[in-house]
Design a protein around this ligand. Structure first.
Ligand code: DX5
Ligand code: ZN
Length: 224
């Protein structure tokens, strides 16, 4: 498993969301984003049931693994993540992030993700209260705060994410926990600065980062 330590205070890692990559030339696009300074890659898996959109599964994750040495986090926007844990582990990804709102039992699914040697991630939608996730905090390596309703790139940032990031950061400190905080949806230079100030560690950015002419400059502006 390949993962990063917590970033220095006031800075964050940058995770391009490959949803905004060019899939006709995926390996080159990954190489380009890596040269621009990406720290890890964010893979959006959608099943057309948990969210209205369909993307890709373990087969494409395995191809991305062959194309990159960066840490890979698969964001599972699927209703039954527990049915696919072995397949994602075999694909070679490093972290598996499931949704609080999915239909699998969260506690046992996270435990199995850990047993399979992957980082354990849990995500929550903008409308889901943080209280629902709190019992799982000691068993998490990563919390992914959604700042858009999942399903599509290119939406605007929901400010409710900032309060959740701040609260997670305070609880982590107070309880001596080590999980990392990530945010996903509508991230640009302005919303990234707000998230960094609130205590985020990883910024996922799709359209704003990968749609740019000069991606290196955008990575620098996100990182802080
Ligand atoms: C949305 C996905 C995001 C998406 C972000 O459901 O989880 O990762 O790619 O895209 P932007 O940065 O364009 O909001
Ligand atoms: Zn995502």
């Amino acid at each position: 498993m390949n993962w990063l330590p917590r970033p220095a205070d006031g800075t964050a890692y940058v995770a391009p969301s490959l949803l905004s990559a060019d899939f006709t030339r995926l390996a080159e696009d990954i190489a380009d984003a890596t040269a621009a300074g990406a720290d890890l890659l964010h893979l959006d898996v959608m099943d057309g049931h948990f969210v209205p959109n369909i993307t890709f599964g373990p087969f494409i994750c395995a191809a991305i693994r062959r194309a990159s040495d960066l840490p890979l986090d698969a964001h599972l926007m699927i209703s039954h993540p527990d049915q696919y844990l072995e397949a994602f582990a075999k694909s070679g990804i490093d972290a598996l992030t499931i949704h609080q709102e999915a239909e699998s039992d969260v506690g046992s699914t996270l435990e199995r993700i850990g047993e399979l040697g992957m980082k354990r991630g849990l995500s929550l939608n903008p409308g889901t209260h943080l209280d629902e996730l709190l019992p799982h905090l000691p068993n998490l390596d990563l919390v992914l705060v959604m700042s858009v309703q999942p399903g599509f790139g290119g939406q605007s940032f929901d400010e409710r994410a900032l309060e959740k990031i701040g609260e997670l950061d305070r609880r982590r400190e107070a309880q001596g926990l080590q999980f990392q905080i990530s945010v996903d949806g509508g991230i640009n230079d302005r919303t990234a600065a707000q998230c960094r100030a609130a205590g985020v560690d990883i910024l996922v950015s799709g359209s704003w980062l990968l749609g740019a002419e000069d991606r290196s400059e955008r990575v620098r502006r996100l990182r802080g």
